[in-house]
Design a binder for this molecule. Structure first.
Ligand SMILES: Cc1cc2nc3c(=O)[nH]c(=O)nc-3n(C[C@H](O)[C@H](O)[C@H](O)COP(=O)(O)O)c2cc1C
Length: 170
């Protein structure tokens, strides 16, 4: 898919079809995160794929929207370490993963962590690691074909602030 169409048609997908993701699609999602740029190329992250059903349920109980995690085909927690713009770095890796997924028509949603201490505990994170976000992936329960509209039409339909309110030229 054209990159601009992938970007403009992407939306948060919170309800997933039950079917699993192909292994090569999962690999691409994780590689897309790994290849993301970061401040001083420190790559201050680990991408923790939560496969164990019991850990998945404990994670669901620690996030702000448990259903996002319970229903997903793939759940990745981004854990960051060290100083620097770690939130920005994590966002770049997360967006790489989510756009790569959507390019394969796989939906995703970031889910905030309500109880970070519980996430540190259940994932057995290292002393200097902080869990940043949980990403849920899966084929959308309601199919939405990105190719059905032009990029400009996806933009018109997006729930976003007007261009002139956001973009300023000085
Ligand atoms: C840091 C962050 C945390 C988020 N946390 C949640 C969340 O806890 N639950 C949820 O359903 N969506 C969450 N989202 C997804 C946003 O709600 C979503 O990206 C936004 O509403 C735009 O949705 P749209 O692209 O479908 O219009 C989060 C997004 C970000 C960037």
């Amino acid at each position: 898919m054209d990159t601009y169409l992938t970007v403009t048609s992407a939306r948060a997908v919170r309800e997933y079809a039950g079917r699993p993701l192909p292994a090569d699609a999962v690999q691409r999602i994780l590689e897309a995160g790994r290849v993301a740029g970061s401040s001083r190329n420190r790559q201050p992250w680990r991408f923790i794929v939560v496969e164990s059903p019991s850990l998945r349920e404990r994670l669901a109980e620690a996030v702000s929207a448990p259903a996002n995690v319970r229903g997903a085909a793939l759940v990745v927690v981004i854990a960051m370490h060290g100083k620097g713009p770690t939130a920005f770095d994590a966002g770049r890796a997360a967006q790489n993963m989510m756009l790569t997924a959507w390019n394969d028509h796989i939906g995703s949603c970031p889910t905030g962590l309500r109880d970070r201490d519980a996430v540190v505990d259940l994932l057995d994170l290292k002393e200097d690691e902080q869990p940043m976000i949980a990403l849920s992936f899966g084929y959308p329960a309601r199919t939405r074909d990105p190719l059905r509209l032009e990029a400009v039409e996806w933009i018109e339909r997006a729930d976003r602030k007007p261009f002139d309110e956001v973009v300023e030229r000085v």
